[in-house]
Design a protein around this ligand. Structure first.
Ligand SMILES: NC(=O)C1=CN([C@@H]2O[C@H](COP(=O)(O)OP(=O)(O)OC[C@H]3O[C@@H](n4cnc5c(N)ncnc54)[C@H](OP(=O)(O)O)[C@@H]3O)[C@@H](O)[C@H]2O)C=CC1
Ligand SMILES: Nc1nc2c(ncn2[C@@H]2O[C@H](COP(=O)(O)O)[C@@H](O)[C@H]2O)c(=O)[nH]1
Ligand SMILES: [K+]
Length: 481
């Protein structure tokens, strides 16, 4: 990446401070851009779901890996639960999606409480393993909430055979759904429900490639903190089958992190080890020397984060990524840009600055696939609760096993908000909708720069510095001014 001629920055910059100019390009289609990362994590979409309790769980992990990204399960989740989630994610099909399933005897209230778990807008009704109907939210309106599913479901079913999907291909399957005027259909194998395929899912599976391990199963990562028996926890996580290990703490450039990395290396992990967070070249060098393959960059840009207000510590994220990526490149290492991503442009800028991937937290909290319960705010808008991993809420959960005295001491150090409210975008309520928005923006950014790969993008991108008015000019204007 280079700055426009004459524009060497004299101050640290964040995503909003910069823009990219187009360069002459011989990339004629956005579909020709390869978004795979080159950092050894096996992702084909450079998006990592942040290890936050309000964001990364089993549905998120499965859904994002199917579209080429990877989720990191938070350090606060007990290891046996991580093992269970990893096994579950790895049991999922890379193309056929996991449906919401109900039985004919369930109630409309049951359906309504479950529909928001996935983005399909429908549940499959199953009897003895076989699909017998489909029920949508529309089927559940203006009926008694205790009405049984069998009374409201539609039974003129279009089902897809798993083998035929493979034989005919996804484009033909899409046409079949289109001709039948349905948005989704249960997928069966020997008559038994194997999953569901939506029209959008069929299209997406032709545009994205899933992030798969050597055995063709979806990938998922997990985080470990720097306290306690780091080697033992690492061993347990590796035994659970994780594909990436993130060693995570707020202040990554500290001796305890270096000791934690030594503990991690002592168990000889055969998966990439990510460590952070840092924002300086020296932080990169020290953690790389201690054994990190990938450095996680970002102090204070996170939406749930109060570190900068509490401590004045941090660094505007674009400059932090730029400096850390340059230092990492010299060592043959990589960086992940972690936090502060609110628009697709931020992802493009982080990658232009040299990150191999971008970590997204709070933005993804506001989706059907995040772990939280769906709430309605009284005006009809849907939202989910989000909270920082250093918030009082998370600290209380993390220290639950400690003595009351220790918990009271820890509670003094709150560096995150406990009460974030992340609204679902009615036009993009699912995480795949956000991935579509991000990756289409990013593919387009790459063609503007004349890049076919992310490595070419980081090399070719030309960046300028803008005023607040420059940034505002780029905003769409939906009503007259
Ligand atoms: N990217 C960011 O800007 C930030 C991210 N977070 C996230 O919150 C989660 C919890 O992290 P964390 O608070 O580190 O908790 P951890 O449970 O990982 O513990 C941090 C350890 O580091 C010690 N420590 C020393 N200096 C600091 C410091 N300035 N800030 C925090 N700990 C320090 C603590 O000791 P002692 O308690 O005795 O001081 C403790 O032993 C992580 O997921 C982290 O990524 C949190 C804040 C900022
Ligand atoms: N200072 C804090 N940082 C936090 C906290 N919880 C998470 N984080 C960091 O934010 C990113 C995600 O950023 P986002 O803008 O996408 O939400 C995450 O990966 C952590 O590094 C916190 O409580 N305090
Ligand atoms: K912030």
């Amino acid at each position: 990446m280079r700055f426009l001629p004459g524009q060497q920055p004299t101050t640290d910059l964040t995503y909003g401070d910069v823009f990219m100019v187009p360069s002459r390009s011989d990339v004629t289609s956005r579909f020709d851009v390869d978004l795979s990362s080159d950092d050894g994590t096996g992702t084909t979409t450079p998006i990592v779901v942040a290890n936050m309790t309000a964001v990364a769980g089993r549905r998120m992990s499965e859904t994002v890996a199917r579209r080429g990204g990877i989720a990191i399960l938070p350090q606060d989740i007990p290891v046996d639960v991580v093992a269970d989630v990893v096994a579950d994610v790895k049991s999922k099909d890379p193309v056929v999606e996991t449906p919401v399933v109900v039985t004919p005897a369930d109630t409309v209230a049951d359906v309504l409480s479950l529909l928001g778990k996935r983005s399909h807008g429908a549940a499959v009704v199953v009897d003895s393993g076989r699909p017998v109907g489909v029920v949508t939210e529309a089927d559940c309106t203006a009926v008694d909430r205790f009405a049984r599913v069998e009374a409201v479901m539609s039974t003129d079913l279009v089902t897809l055979d798993a083998q035929r999907i493979e034989d005919d291909g996804l484009a033909a399957t899409f046409e079949q759904l289109h001709a039948a005027k349905v948005q989704l259909a249960p997928v069966v194998r020997d008559g038994v429900l194997a999953g569901v395929l939506t029209r959008k899912g069929a299209v997406r599976s032709t545009v994205y490639s899933p992030a798969l391990d050597a055995e063709g199963r979806l990938r998922v990562g997990a985080a470990v903190g720097i306290n306690g028996d780091v080697a033992a926890k690492t061993r347990d996580l590796l035994d659970a089958g994780i594909d990436v290990l993130v060693v995570d703490t707020a202040h990554g450039h500290q001796d305890k992190m270096i000791a934690a990395l030594e503990a991690v290396r002592s168990v000889d992990p055969q998966v990439p080890v990510v460590a952070g967070n840092v924002v300086t070249a020296q932080g990169v060098r020290d953690l790389a020397a201690a054994g990190a393959d990938i450095l996680k960059v970002g102090v204070g840009p996170g939406a749930m984060c109060t570190t900068r207000m509490q401590t004045a510590v941090g660094r505007p994220q674009f400059s932090a990524v730029l400096e850390c990526a340059a230092a990492a490149r010299e060592l043959g290492k990589h960086v992940w840009a972690d936090g502060g991503v609110r628009h697709p442009r931020d992802v493009a800028l982080a990658l232009a600055a040299g990150a191999s991937q971008v970590m997204v937290g709070s933005w993804f909290a506001g989706t059907y696939e995040s772990p939280g319960d769906l709430h309605e705010d009284g005006s009809g808008r849907l939202y989910k609760d989000s909270f920082g991993m250093a918030s009082a809420r998370a600290v209380a959960a993390r220290t639950a096993g400690g003595s009351a005295f220790d918990r009271a001491r820890k509670a003094l150090y709150e560096e995150g908000i406990s009460t974030g409210k992340m609204y679902l975008d009615p036009r993009r309520p699912g995480v795949e909708d956000l991935l579509d928005e991000i990756t289409s923006g990013l593919r387009s950014s790459c063609t503007y720069a004349g890049a076919r790969t992310l490595a070419e993008f980081a090399e070719r991108a030309t960046v300028g510095i803008q005023s607040a008015a420059g940034f505002a000019e780029g905003m769409p204007v939906a009503t007259s001014w």
